[in-house]
Design a protein around this ligand. Structure first.
Ligand SMILES: NC(=O)c1ccc[n+]([C@@H]2O[C@H](COP(=O)([O-])OP(=O)(O)OC[C@H]3O[C@@H](n4cnc5c(N)ncnc54)[C@H](OP(=O)(O)O)[C@@H]3O)[C@@H](O)[C@H]2O)c1
Length: 217
């Protein structure tokens, strides 16, 4: 299965690219720049080979990556993600598109959830990508710790969506060492997970904590 990580050159994209490649998925690191995508894919391959893994990782523009993938994960800052996917509607038609988007802004030290008229960032994405199956996942993963292959963790990932697409993303999430997928209901509920993530960021800032994930037990 081919998984495109759109904006896979960034913080969350790095961890997802590495960990999905370890599992044997064919990972395409997407970027606005083909050159940057290829350089990052090379960097990720090097990280994996130093750890004794042989991942299938390539780098392409977001558009090329969207064309040939089965699943696309949109790891782009939320303000820019909507415009990006508008231009990739055709390429992403018929595919599963994963939203880890957390709409937020900072007021001083405090993070605020930004209300999206459509109900959530994932729902807005689904409204644009009418011919794709949008699933919300991976919001509460602290990117730096996730990208560090030395790091051990035990986190839950709440997955919201409908039908088989949600099941597919839950199965893939469960395959990643240290992650447990929890069914969070339909896409309507993605709003709850997006805003919970903003709360976690505030907990970290206000309590001087780092890299907090979530675990329900
Ligand atoms: N960071 C986290 O801990 C974390 C955790 C969970 C969820 N998230 C969510 O995941 C998403 C990505 O977060 P991140 O921290 O990984 O982002 P990031 O590192 O700041 O950016 C990711 C990539 O987005 C691309 N990008 C930047 N501006 C763009 C634009 N104007 N148009 C198109 N592409 C653009 C860049 O790729 P190129 O320059 O290569 O095109 C960049 O490498 C966000 O929506 C965030 O809410 C983040």
């Amino acid at each position: 299965m081919r998984i495109a990580v759109l904006g896979g050159t960034g913080n969350l994209g790095m961890g997802l690219s590495l960990r999905l490649a370890i599992l044997g998925y064919e990972v395409i690191v997407g970027s606005r720049s083909e050159e940057k995508a290829k350089l990052k894919a090379e960097e990720y391959r090097k990280i994996l080979s130093e750890k004794g893994f042989a991942g299938k990782l390539s780098g392409m523009t977001n558009s090329e990556a969207s064309k040939i993938c089965d699943i696309a994960i949109v790891t782009i800052p939320w303000e820019q993600a909507f415009e990006l996917v508008k231009n990739l509607k055709g390429e992403l038609a018929g595919k599963i598109v994963v939203s880890p988007l957390v709409p937020m802004k900072k007021e001083g030290k405090i993070f605020r959830y930004v209300e999206i008229p459509e109900g959530s960032a994932a729902k807005k994405l689904a409204g644009i990508l009418k011919e794709s199956e949008v699933v919300a996942a991976f919001h509460s993963i602290p990117a730096d710790r996730f990208a560090n292959l030395e790091s051990d963790f035990d986190w839950d990932v709440i997955v919201c969506g409908n039908g088989d697409a949600k099941g597919t993303i839950m199965e893939i999430t469960d395959e990643i060492d240290g992650l447990r997928a929890l069914d969070g209901g339909d896409l309507e509920n993605s709003r709850l997970v997006e805003s919970l993530t903003v709360l976690i960021l505030n907990l970290m800032t206000m309590n001087k904590l780092r890299d907090l994930g979530i675990k329900f037990c």
